[in-house]
Ligand binder design. Structure first.
Ligand code: SAM
Length: 321
């Protein structure tokens, strides 16, 4: 099936109103891309999580796209109505700038895959490179390749929190560890841990789309015998009678989840680790740094390192021997 894609290049301040207009005009889908800055503070009050692809949109600008069925859309009438409504924004002190509107026809397939344009091989740490499955790449002899098709799941490696975890795993994994990856998303950290020398990884996520994606990526990297992917709310699966591929307590737990969630289950992580085990806690925006630091210490952990990327922090904490 084909779709009309209406693209509006405008200012950031006009995003909310223009995307509302598109919804009111019965768009079947609306996508918003802002400038490639990755460090903006976002509303995470409902647990929302944002991953922006890098792009070439200037700071303060945005590109909004609305998708309308080719079957029942009068695209000329729709564009005229849209221009009228955008021009009216100035009366409400919202400046859409010198906006442009362009129209195109796209296949459903193109629409679902548009984000892939920005996802290129990226060397994320000394030894690890993330390679989208559809890209050609010749690694150097010391590089280990994470083959990835994240689909709708989080975890392309372009987000600072993922990169922080992979770099930290590189210093923590010495060989033969059993690891639990909580909130595995695309499975990227589980795969990274295996490539760095871990023996086995239990990869958990609450979201069925992530479980499917992580399972597929595990297969793409030929690690299906070493990584077990489960649908689990945090460490919930450890309390079930499910047969697991790791023996709890384990050597390493890694979690790249929002600070609010990290704080919820620190005691469970502590219990799931061997004495001397390591907890890599990431996904922490700078305004929650102190709270997580206090939470880790209150649970009994010793903080041995903290890494930063932009305004994000990853803690490396040890359970005493
Ligand atoms: C920021 S993404 C991290 C993905 C990947 N590990 C990475 O580092 O790029 C957070 C993941 O945690 C999962 N998640 C959120 N709450 C969860 C919960 N209560 N239990 C398990 N997974 C959860 C989300 O579905 C999402 O896949």
């Amino acid at each position: 099936m084909k779709w009309h894609e209406i693209t509006i290049s405008t200012t950031e301040e006009a995003i909310e109103m223009i995307s509302n207009f598109l919804h009111e005009m019965d768009a079947d889908g609306v996508s918003i891309e802002e400038s490639g800055t990755l460090n903006k503070q976002r509303d995470t009050s409902l647990g929302q999580w944002y991953e922006h692809p890098l792009n070439d949109i200037p700071e303060g600008h945005a590109v909004i796209k609305g998708y309308f069925s080719e079957l029942d859309t009068d695209v000329e009438a729709l564009t005229t109505a849209l221009i009228t409504r955008i021009d009216e924004l100035r009366e409400f002190d919202i400046e859409p700038g010198e906006y442009t509107i362009t129209k195109a026809m796209v296949d459903e397939e193109d629409w679902a895959n548009a984000w892939k344009t920005y996802f290129k091989p990226i060397r994320v740490s000394e030894r690890l490179t993330i390679k989208p499955t559809w890209e050609e790449y010749m690694p150097s002899p010391d590089e280990r390749i994470i083959e990835l098709d994240p689909g709708m799941a989080f975890g392309t490696g372009t987000h600072p929190t993922t990169a922080l975890c992979l770099r930290t795993l590189e210093s923590v994994i010495k060989g033969d560890e059993e690891v639990i990856d909580v909130g595995t998303g695309s499975g990227i950290l589980a795969i990274g841990a295996m490539l760095l020398g871990a023996r086995r990884v239990l990869a958990l996520d609450l979201d069925p789309i992530s479980v499917t994606s992580a399972t597929e990526n595990t297969r793409l990297n030929n690690l299906q015998d070493d990584i077990q992917v489960y649908l689990s709310d945090l460490l919930g699966v450890l309390n079930s009678d499910q047969k697991l591929n790791v023996t709890v307590p384990v050597d390493v737990v890694v979690a790249n989840i929002l600070a609010e969630i990290i704080l919820l289950f620190i005691d469970d992580v502590y219990a799931a680790l061997k004495p001397g085990g390591t907890y890599i806690a990431s996904g922490i925006w700078k305004n929650k740094e102190e709270a997580v630091e206090e939470g880790l210490q209150a649970a009994g952990f010793t903080i041995i390192d903290r890494q930063r990327d932009q305004d994000w922090i990853a803690f490396v904490a040890k359970k005493p021997e």
